[in-house]
Design a protein around this ligand. Structure first.
Ligand code: F0G
Length: 417
């Protein structure tokens, strides 16, 4: 309803029946909202969810409809080495990979699945580069609903595929890319009563807003100068923009950070769009090592435009080599993340280098997925061909015969004196 039409609450959440655009949820904050209001865990809550504790900023549902796996409450890590690598004075990394299924998707999924249950959906579906499908499979299993997942065949990371299989989703592998799979699913859900849980669904966006709200609470409402995140289908960029619009509207912040959306070079149509002054959007055929964001025709492009415009934000593109080097840095600091998440740090470093982020800036980056989601990428970097001139980042296990002599010989450098 970016066209202004008010949509009926129903199973059809994929698009506006009137203009074909995406739907959006609007709030009227009739009572003033205080920063301390969120500290109260709702007395009726059965679980302590880091999403539903912000219920004043979410659509209302009866407690019996809530489908939750106790998502949220993710940490912000502060590591001097990564701040130096990024080139900024103060850098926090909020790790959304520490959600129940290992990615930020769980935050939107709890709200989307709750709405699906509330409107009586029997089948829930998504197209996915892997994380949404893992999350959907888990939440559908928890709720006892049937999940349908369309994935680009052979193009999603092993950890994500394993989760989706294990949780019992019905998996259809499409011979094509994510963009085609999503297009097919949107067509299917516009004809059949299948509930669409991709981030075109406005309830998903509402849940993902809580990343920003929780971040501000953790920062004691010291709003950072820049928030950086990777961009694929752009649902999360849209959600961050919506969070900032709603927080501002509710009077909870008086300053808005700039959003930085980072895309992989081979999948960066949004960066071109931003660079064109939002004049022309051209989809691309996507190619990147970061399979999570291998998307050439992002569905939430116009919502993401609103987010960048509202925050005076920016978009950056980084190469696969830059992504993998940033990932190795994050991994070596003991934090770890999947490749797409590391685009965040690579993008911060790039923008500082270009003079577009002040080195004194307070920056928070979002790590979107867990290291274990994509172990193939780790193996390829460390045991294959790492494209980095920081050779100290590359680690290879050694093999020895089962003898103490061989062990001592191998460790001779470490065991001296
Ligand atoms: N990071 C990770 C780890 C992701 O899985 C995704 C998207 C993104 C970043 C980008 O977020 O699409 O909202 O701009 N993954 C989707 C999926 C597309 O199907 O799991 P976005």
């Amino acid at each position: 309803m970016l066209c202004g039409t008010i949509a009926e609450d129903s199973v059809r959440v994929g698009e506006c029946a009137s203009c074909g655009g995406l739907l959006d949820i609007e709030f009227e904050f009739t009572q003033p909202l205080g920063r301390d209001d969120f500290a109260l865990v709702p007395p009726e809550a059965r679980v302590n969810s880091g999403v539903w504790r912000y219920r004043q900023m979410l659509p209302w549902f009866p407690v019996e409809s809530i489908v939750t796996r106790a998502e949220g409450f993710t940490p912000i890590y502060w590591d001097e080495r990564l701040a130096r690598y990024g080139g900024v004075g103060r850098l926090g990394l909020k790790h959304e990979g520490q959600n129940p299924t290992g990615s930020f998707k769980d935050r939107g999924m709890t709200v989307g699945m709750t709405h699906a249950k509330f409107v009586g959906a029997s089948m829930v579906a998504c197209a996915s580069t892997g994380n949404t499908s893992a999350s959907l499979a888990s939440y559908a299993a928890a709720a006892g609903m049937v999940a349908l997942v369309l994935i680009p065949e052979g193009k999603i990371a092993g950890g994500k595929l394993a989760q989706t299989i294990a949780h019992g989703a019905r998996i259809v592998q499409v011979e094509g890319d994510f963009d085609i799979a999503l297009q097919m699913l949107r067509e299917l859900t516009s004809t059949y009563p299948v509930y669409l849980v991709n981030s075109v669904n406005p309830y998903r966006v509402e849940g993902q807003k809580t990343i920003v709200i929780e971040m501000f609470e953790q920062l004691d409402w010291q709003v950072p100068d820049v928030i950086a995140l990777p961009g694929g289908n752009l649902g999360n960029t849209a959600a961050f923009g919506k969070a900032l619009i709603d927080l501002n509207h509710a009077g909870l912040i008086d300053r808005v950070p700039r959003l930085l959306t980072v895309q992989a070079e081979g999948a960066s149509p949004f960066v071109d769009y931003v660079d064109s002054g939002f004049d022309r959007f051209e989809p691309v055929v996507a190619d990147t090592i970061a399979t999570a964001i291998k998307i050439g025709n992002p569905a939430s492009v116009e919502r993401a435009r609103r987010a960048i415009q509202f925050t005076g934000g920016m978009a950056a593109r980084v190469s696969d080599a830059e992504i993998m080097e940033a990932k190795a840095m994050i991994d070596r600091c003991g934090i770890g993340c999947e490749p797409a998440s590391a685009a965040t740090l690579a993008g911060i470093r790039k923008q500082v280098g270009l003079g577009l982020i002040d080195p004194d800036a307070h920056v928070v980056g979002v790590l979107t997925g867990h290291l274990l989601k994509d172990t193939e990428a780790v193996v390829r970097f460390h045991l294959g061909e790492a494209d980095t001139d920081r050779s100290a980042l590359v680690h290879r296990p050694v093999s020895i015969p089962a003898s103490m002599d061989a062990l001592k010989r191998t460790l001779s450098d470490a065991l001296q004196d």
